[in-house]
Design a protein around this ligand. Structure first.
Ligand SMILES: *Cc1c(COP(=O)(O)O)cnc(C)c1O
Length: 435
């Protein structure tokens, strides 16, 4: 099990009792105090990752903004940390904008995204003075034209383009191919620029693409950059578009399991910045400001999820199921797109492996399996499992199936603990029902 430790948050270690420790806190004690399932974020790991992004891109390129894609996990306390670390924020809904507001996040550092923004959301974005709206489609341009006419503001926008690039990831996390619901479609890209440049209330400051998530190679980014720079030159000639900002989205892969390593951030930084510098030289463009939008890679590794083992069911000659007190309701990723996870036995880190076991959840779906056939010590009721890579897309995609109470989330640092989201209660579950 010890070989899995590099998949865990930065400050993870094992203490003398053989317990897993994070941020100086014994996870067995945390499970006892806060209950399970429990999501634990490592503050040092989070801050370190923010700095890694800023440094690795910043030392290779003159002007860079790092924008945290908050859909990976939108939490007010974490957003304060991102702000302190100099990151901006990407929000895609009224709710995500609202969380940023509640965190006191500077709205001029917010990028408002979405493939189907409502009129109300656009009104809010204008009223709250978000830094950029990333325009996805013609209907949005129409709505923004009317809204800016009414208010007289001039809003900075980027246009989201579909670069027609396949990032070789799961089809559910691929967004930049021709056949995509996101962005202006390839055949209409020129019309999009022509139309947007005519809207008086909009200031088109640049272009955006986001090709997908969990991308382990850099060629798709380089290809998309080549495409967009070539397009930018044409659009400058035809419509006077000045590419002052180039937003290359997020999608950087992270290592969830031992058998699938991800390239370091420095590698993405090197390939992306050199592709832009090369392309701008070729097309005689001034270097635009570079904006990147990491979501998953900013938070995934900095959290673990603790579960308590309940029933261990051995089906002779078939399989052993160990059911935990969470599952698909707090982490749907394995059920939704076959995400692979790793776990360790937090209360007996030095125990010997005994064989394969399948970690199942407690919800009424056969697909509610967290990890199939993982090699582990023999599990018994009461054991505490710690799942790695729990920081991104688990909590925000969690649900109340079987009236599950969504878990508590804590932040640890130097032996201190702070609750950043309390566990739900029956009251939360029944609050919206009307008798
Ligand atoms: C989801 C998303 C991101 C972040 O993607 P990750 O894979 O989490 O890094 C960035 N930009 C846009 C527009 C997105 O939709």
């Amino acid at each position: 099990m010890l070989k899995r430790l590099p998949l865990y948050p930065l400050t993870t270690e094992v203490n003398r009792e053989g317990h897993l420790v994070i941020g100086g806190c014994d996870t067995v004690e945390l499970a006892d105090e806060f209950g399970t399932p429990l999501y634990i974020f490592d503050e040092a790991g989070l801050r370190n990752k923010c700095r890694e992004f800023r440094e690795e891109f910043g030392k290779r390129y003159p002007e860079v903004s790092v924008i945290y894609a908050s859909k990976a996990y939108a939490n007010a306390a974490l957003e304060r940390i991102f702000n302190e670390e100099g990151l901006g924020l990407d929000a895609v809904s009224e709710g995500e904008l609202g969380i940023a507001m509640s965190a006191g996040f500077p709205m001029e550092k917010v990028y408002f995204h979405g493939n189907n923004k409502s009129q109300r959301e656009l009104e809010l974005a204008l009223k709250w003075h978000v830094g950029r709206i990333v325009v996805d489609n013609f209907r949005e341009l129409d709505m923004l034209e009317k809204l800016t006419e009414a208010t007289g503001v001039k809003q900075d926008v980027l246009l989201r383009m579909t670069p027609g690039v396949d990032p070789h990831t799961h089809q559910y996390t691929s967004t930049g191919t021709l056949d995509s619901k996101f962005g202006f479609p390839l055949p209409l890209k020129e019309r999009a620029v022509e139309r947007a440049m005519k809207v008086r209330g909009l200031n088109v400051v640049g272009l955006h693409f986001h090709i997908g998530s969990l991308i382990y190679e850099t060629e798709p980014y380089e290809e998309a950059i080549g495409f967009i720079l070539k397009f930018a030159v044409e659009m400058r000639k035809k419509y006077g578009l000045e590419l002052r900002e180039l937003n290359t989205g997020g999608g950087f892969g992270v290592q969830y399991t031992l058998d699938k390593p991800a390239p370091p951030i420095s590698f993405f930084a090197e390939k992306i910045t050199s592709a832009i510098i090369r392309g701008c030289k070729k097309y005689k463009l001034e270097l635009p400001k570079l904006v990147i939008e990491p979501g998953r890679s900013a938070v995934a590794k900095s959290a673990m999820a603790l579960y308590a083992v309940g029933v261990v069911k051995e089906i002779p000659g078939v399989r052993t199921y160990a059911s935990v007190d969470g599952g698909m309701a707090d982490n749907i990723r394995p059920a939704l797109y076959g995400a692979k996870l790793e776990a360790v036995l937090a209360n007996r880190m030095r125990a010997r492996d005994a064989g394969k076991v399948t970690i199942s959840g407690k919800f009424c779906e056969m697909g509610d399996i967290l990890i199939r056939d993982i090699v582990m010590p023999k599990l018994v009721s009461g054991d505490i499992l710690a799942v790695a890579g729990a920081g991104a897309y688990s909590l925000p995609e969690s649900m109340n199936y079987n009236a599950f109470y969504k878990p508590a989330v804590i932040l640890v640092k130097d032996g201190r603990v702070r609750t950043i989201r309390r566990r739900e209660t029956l009251e939360d579950i029944t609050r919206c029902d009307i008798l």
